[in-house]
Ligand binder design. Structure first.
Ligand SMILES: [Zn+2]
Length: 576
């Protein structure tokens, strides 16, 4: 798919989501089930995960507090909780100032309150006469869900404030988040700390919320009247006095140059914080000026979020391991301190090969920059030499295979007259455990036989139990033994049996096979006996099965005679 098509598809889903948000929040008449709603949301998040350039302000990863849930009563915010517009570079910042000057019709000195943008869930707390009477989620910005009891479980949220200067009626707003270290301890399916915080807040039972240590940092107000407070920075000081936590990194800056320099510095430093920060927020410090500037339909004119790169992050290398691949290639992989890159927690990054480690002088315990863009495996880009300490250790690339102990080789390329950068296990056959497992994994993978219920983890388990040693073994599994394994009930055993059986033939799983052919089909069709015919859904079963067999033959190219013969005895009965 072309980039424009991907983007259009993405925006279509965003608009669909917006429509259903409105139906639920404003009209209280949802058209689709929660499950279908979640599906749209998931599709959007998956697209963002795959193509990091996609990110719309209305994306559920940015905009919504959490999925509207029927579990909670809704409440309209007294003052809308709008999202901020985003800046990605200096030009965006200059435009932001320009718009302010245009709106005011003059150029003035601006003072900014600068605050880290914590990657959490926004919440609003209503206090009357010093008592917390209601807490709501952001919801869609206009209406939020009443989650008072859940918010009350957060120790950073005071329930009673006795300061004399605390306003009689005020909405305090801030961010609910979970620390990275706490997230690491959680055994859950959440992709990142933000999702975990959101999931915890939307528990129906506050006792469930209580189990996950959430934090709250206050940063602004919604409804509130005061003539005493004139600046955002003063308000932040008052918040502290009243017993709220505010960010210790808040500061005041005066020019775009200062903002840019601080952003550059903080972009690196943020990885030393205990929680995820995805940008800096710049607010015009004067509340009077804020009032004059007001809002556009979607966001305040007096504030902007200057985002950090969503494609890269800094983290520390804990160790370097060697992975042995299907072709025997030894790939060094850095085990890094888990870090959130664009919504995905990354704990491994490839170092490609031996030469790359030497060229970039990458050492264990170094702080490195890691990039994760699109579908590419996260990789280490550079070392932050300023952060290198005495503990940093050079990595000695092994000269023998860590799996089988065989000698490793670098092939000499006759054309470039250079040795290959990749070191390989010389024992390329099935005697090297890691190579054998990887070869079997490939044989059953989506790109090959595509056997449901026989994933990579299962292959590893079956290997450990000596149930498989060669690809052909999957056709002779000992189901009696498998049925005795933990987690393998009758149903999963018969499902596995069924899908292995299906993999022998083409017709039963035409759609899956068509997908494979879409990717690999052209060259297979060309190589096949029926050159003139291309595979279509309405192709005759005979042709389908023949083409299918050609694909399997191709997969078996590296197999020896005996292996091929054994597999053929299983497949041939289905080839017409
Ligand atoms: Zn080996």
């Amino acid at each position: 798919m072309k980039e424009s098509e991907i983007r259009n598809n993405y925006l279509k889903k965003i608009n669909e989501l917006k429509k259903h948000n409105k139906l639920y929040f404003e009209d209280s008449s949802p058209l689709i089930s929660d499950k279908d709603y979640d599906k749209i949301k998931k599709d959007i998040l998956n697209l963002e995960k795959k193509f990091s350039y996609l990110k719309d302000a209305s994306s559920p990863s940015i905009s919504l507090g959490f999925t509207p849930s029927k579990n909670f009563i809704k409440s309209k915010h007294r003052v809308k909780m709008l999202s901020l517009s985003n800046a990605f570079d200096t030009e965006d910042l200059e435009n932001f100032e320009k718009k302010i000057f245009n709106y005011l019709n003059k150029k003035i000195e601006l003072e900014y309150s600068v605050e880290p943008k914590i990657d959490g869930i926004s919440a609003s707390l209503t206090y009357k006469n010093g008592s917390l009477i209601m807490g709501t989620s952001r919801g869609d910005g206009t209406t939020g869900e009443v989650i008072t009891e859940n918010l009350k479980t957060i120790k950073d949220i005071p329930q009673k404030i006795t300061s004399k200067d605390f306003p009689k009626d005020i909405d305090i707003r801030g961010e609910v988040f979970i620390k990275r270290s706490e997230f690491d301890k959680l055994k859950n399916d959440f992709a990142n700390p933000r999702n975990a915080a959101s999931g915890s807040l939307r528990q129906k039972n506050p006792n469930e919320t209580k189990k996950i240590p959430l934090n709250f940092v206050a940063y602004t107000y919604g409804y509130f009247e005061s003539d005493k407070i004139r600046k955002q920075s003063d308000f932040l000081n008052f918040l502290q006095r009243w017993g709220f936590k505010t960010s210790e990194h808040n500061k005041i800056l005066n020019s775009i140059d200062d903002l840019r320099n601080f952003h550059k510095k903080f972009e690196k430093e943020r990885f030393d914080l205990e929680y995820d920060v995805d940008g800096l927020v710049y607010k015009i410090n004067s509340l009077e000026l804020q009032k004059r500037l007001g809002f556009t339909a979607n966001s305040p004119r007096w504030a902007i979020a200057h985002k950090f790169s969503a494609d890269s992050a800094f983290s520390k290398i804990i160790d370097i391991n060697i992975q042995v691949g299907r072709t025997g290639a030894l790939t060094p992989v850095a085990r890094i301190k888990p870090v959130n890159i664009g919504g995905v927690v990354v704990s491994n990054a490839t170092l490609h090969n031996e030469d790359e480690i030497i060229r970039k002088d990458i050492r264990i315990s170094d702080t490195v920059k890691i990039e994760r863009a699109g579908d590419v495996i996260p990789h280490v880009i550079l070392v932050d030499l300023k952060k290198r300490d005495k503990k940093s250790k050079k990595f000695n690339f092994p000269l023998t295979c860590p799996s089988c102990g065989s000698e490793t080789i670098k092939e000499f390329n006759k054309i470039t007259k250079k040795y290959d950068a990749v070191r390989r296990c010389a024992n390329e056959g099935y005697q090297c455990e890691k190579i054998a497992i990887e070869k079997i994994k490939h044989f059953i993978s989506k790109e090959a036989l595509n056997i449901d219920g026989l994933g990579k983890k299962v292959v590893e388990k079956f290997w450990d139990l000596k149930l498989i040693r060669f690809p052909q073994d999957i056709f002779n599994l000992d189901y009696n033994q498998i049925s005795k394994l933990e987690g393998w009930g009758d149903l999963s055993v018969s499902n596995l049996k069924f899908s292995i059986d299906q993999s022998k033939r083409f017709s039963a799983t035409v759609n899956v096979r068509l997908e494979i052919f879409k990717n690999q089909g052209k060259s297979i069709a060309r190589a096949s006996a029926s050159r003139s015919q291309t595979l279509r859904e309405d192709a005759s079963p005979n042709l389908q099965s023949r083409l299918w067999y050609h694909l399997v033959e191709r997969l078996m190219k590296s197999f020896d005679r005996e292996m091929r013969d054994q597999i053929n005895t299983h497949l041939k009965p289905y080839i017409s």
